[in-house]
Design a protein around this ligand. Structure first.
Ligand code: ADP
Ligand code: ADP
Ligand code: MG
Length: 668
């Protein structure tokens, strides 16, 4: 076995690989960029090599530097993680050229599966079912249009080199085809440097079910069952679970064998995932009617691999290391079994309310549910950050993966909800409450899954509050009282009755909650405290224990935990979380209104395009510009009716956060 490997990645996956290597007695070398000098993955490895600037192209994508680092440190193999160089056939070949083992498939298998269109041609030959469509080499627009008409609408145009949910266009009718093709090709050339497309029948209400496969150099290839990744936003996975609800033994075997055939067709070695789109013509309750079609193969370890580890009890990184070392697979197909049910939630720095716009910032508070670090356990967290670390704009917005296991789906869901409730993050926006809302939808709870679940359940998912203003205000008032108490002297008399000893009988608090201003009044009555929040009034009781406070107000009893960040009070309770701002009226006396015509970049990134030019009249909500940051496109819309005065950048320009993109004259 190798004695030392280099991990050519960062974040949670670098930490994840390091954990298994350590368990196997293999030393690890981390590589890191400027931004990651103090990162958790560097601390997780035995040694580390600085490889360049913060942008991926200056560090994690510089494969000459990485190979040099492996040689300098005496590493014998390189684990690429996912993303970055993991599916780069040139890198895989260069490793071999430098006498290093690439812990992944052979370069030619990566190549064969690298382009969606070409991999489909191969799969067709191997007898793997494909979505009806066109995946030929011809790219003449008129011919593509004819093909789309032949396939029948709706169709999906896909960039053959696409990935990460980008480079796809849904076309509903023939009149829209030409424009969609053009815009798809434009995005494809910009993002992937290749504008070849393929066309697929758009499957309605489908599920995304993928099969984990594993091959070795001795000709063995097995499948480690499926993962259902149907819950998606922007064609990107949000929740992943295994086994797939409603899966029958017969379909599992068929899909597993199709995936193995796909892998064998390209001489696959190592961990891979064959993604299928699954049609449910009989609706959610007819698994026997489900039809599956090959979508693509990802020739790497996948983000959601822990779900498979949880239901099989196998360590997939260990398998990768064994296979890369030339050993046979540790298990044959017949030895593999599914144990219970597992589900993973991706905790991301983002704002679900604003079209999942990625967020950046510092994890001032980052507390996790109690868990064990690896292998089958009820709760597992894979992350690459620690309290105090920043989520920077350079890399993706995933903070952590929370994986739970249970005897069955219901137990796994309940455990996931409880684990999410125990996550405490202060300092940036996250999707934690949104994830809990998904778990609570009837569709998800009853496993009525398809890739449109989030849109379908919109009303239950967005603009929802898990904690009402009553609890939030009560918690903020209590936090203030406790803060005052703790800052008073140790004199037992002043401590016992706090502010009341100063002769105050009623106090007023000004709050802002969800955009609304409100007042609260706290009265000290012989029977105890009475709090009025808006039109609610009633006794307020609280008992602090350590960091928690048991709070009773307006019919709720909650174990709350609060953090104050400036004026904002972050309130966490098992029921949910909320933010409430305690306004210091004096401090805001001179505040001006909003800045009308300024349109600024919400985060550092690249200007992709402008939809308007100087002199154009625009109406409120109209898209003005598209930016790309954190691997996503963000549309910047007009805040009000007005006229465009000037564009301040050209497409392709890099802009810093807060940079003014264009000037808009707001109509009177
Ligand atoms: P899956 O692995 O299930 O297909 P994704 O497509 O979201 O899920 O995961 C792969 C993506 O993760 C990459 O394409 C890239 O956008 C992102 N990524 C790459 N490297 C890292 C990293 N070190 N940490 C976090 N995310 C990364
Ligand atoms: P990527 O390379 O971005 O992962 P995929 O081809 O794997 O692209 O597709 C990503 C997602 O897009 C799928 O999980 C599914 O939600 C949706 N999708 C892809 N192909 C189809 C299709 N033919 N019909 C309906 N939805 C599709
Ligand atoms: Mg995919």
């Amino acid at each position: 076995m190798f004695t030392k490997i280099l991990i050519a990645n960062r974040g949670e996956i670098a930490c994840r690989v390091a954990a298994t290597a350590r368990r196997m007695g293999i030393k690890t070398v981390a590589v890191y960029s400027d931004a990651d000098a103090q990162a958790k993955h560097v601390a997780a490895c035995d040694e580390s090599v600085h490889i360049g600037g913060s942008a991926p192209k200056d560090s994690y994508l510089r494969w000459e530097r990485i190979i040099e680092a492996a040689r300098a440190t005496g590493a014998q193999a390189i684990h690429p993680g996912y993303g970055f160089l993991s599916e780069n056939e040139d890198f895989a070949a260069a490793c071999a050229g430098a006498g290093l083992v690439f812990i992944g498939p052979p370069a030619n298998a990566i190549r064969a599966m690298g382009l969606k269109a070409e991999s489909k041609q191969l799969m067709e030959k191997a007898g793997v079912p494909l979505v009806p469509g066109y995946h030929g080499a011809g790219q003449d627009p008129a011919m593509l249009h004819q093909e789309a008409d032949r396939i029948g609408y709706p169709v999906l145009i896909k960039a053959s080199a696409g990935g990460g949910g980008k480079g796809m266009r849904l076309v509903e009718k023939t009149e829209d085809f030409a424009a969609a093709l053009e815009s798809c090709k434009r995005e494809a050339i910009n993002s992937f440097g290749n504008d070849a497309v393929l066309i697929e029948k758009y499957v309605l209400r489908p599920r995304h079910i993928e099969i984990q496969v594993f091959g070795d150099t001795h000709g063995n290839c097995v499948y480690l069952f499926e993962r259902d990744c149907s819950v998606q936003r922007r064609h990107q996975k949000v929740l992943e679970e295994a086994p797939a609800p409603g899966m029958t033994e017969a379909l599992r075997k068929q899909m597993g064998e199709a995936a193995v055939a796909a892998a064998k067709a390209v001489g696959y070695v190592g961990a891979g995932t064959v993604e299928f789109i699954v049609e449910q013509p009989g609706g959610y309750d007819q698994p026997d009617a489900m039809k599956f079609y090959f979508m693509e193969m990802n020739t790497r370890l996948q983000v959601e691999h822990p779900v498979t580890e949880a239901i099989t009890g196998e360590d997939l990184v260990q398998w990768q290391l064994l296979v890369a070392n030339g050993q046979p697979l540790p298990k044959q197909q017949g030895d593999l079994k599914i144990i219970g049910h597992a589900i993973e939630a991706r905790i991301c720095a983002e704002n679900p309310e604003n079209n999942f716009l990625p967020a950046t910032g510092t994890l001032h508070v980052y507390r996790k549910p109690v868990c064990s670090s690896f292998s089958i356990s009820d709760v597992r967290i894979d992350d690459g950050v620690r309290e105090g670390d920043a989520i920077s704009p350079f890399y993706d917005s995933m903070i952590a993966k929370l994986i739970v296991h249970g005897q069955d789906r219901a137990q796994a869901l309940a455990r996931l909800d409880a684990a999410l409730a125990a996550v405490r993050i202060v300092g940036l926006q996250t999707n934690v409450q949104f994830l809990r809302h998904i778990l609570a939808t009837p569709s998800f709870a009853q496993a009525k899954l398809d890739t449109a679940l989030i849109q379908r359940e919109e009303e239950r998912l967005f603009k929802r509050r898990s904690l009402g203003v009553d609890t939030a205000a009560a918690a903020a008032v209590v936090a203030e009282l406790l803060l005052e108490r703790s800052s008073e002297t140790a004199d037992p008399f002043s401590r016992r009755d706090g502010w009341q000893s100063h002769g105050v009988t009623e106090r007023r608090f000004d709050f802002e909650f969800g955009g609304d201003k409100l007042q609260a009044a706290l009265r000290y009555e012989p029977s105890g405290l009475v709090l009025t929040v808006g039109d609610v009034s009633g006794p307020l009781q609280f008992t602090p224990t350590g960091e928690l406070v048991e709070l009773q107000y307006n019919g709720h009893r909650d174990q709350v935990q609060t953090w104050q960040q400036g004026e904002v009070v972050h309130v966490f309770a098992p029921r949910g979380a909320a933010e409430i701002t305690a306004i210091d009226a004096l401090a805001h006396a001179g505040d001006a209104g909003s800045e009308g015509g300024r349109l600024t970049a919400p985060m550092p990134g690249k200007v992709v395009s402008f939809a308007v030019k100087a002199g154009d009249k625009v109406s409120k909500g109209q898209p003005l510009a598209v930016m790309e940051a954190m691997k996503m496109e963000h549309t910047i819309a007009a805040p009000a009716d007005g006229e465009v005065v000037e564009l301040l950048f050209v497409p392709g320009d890099q802009v810093t956060e807060g940079a003014e993109l264009l000037k808009l004259k707001v109509a009177e």
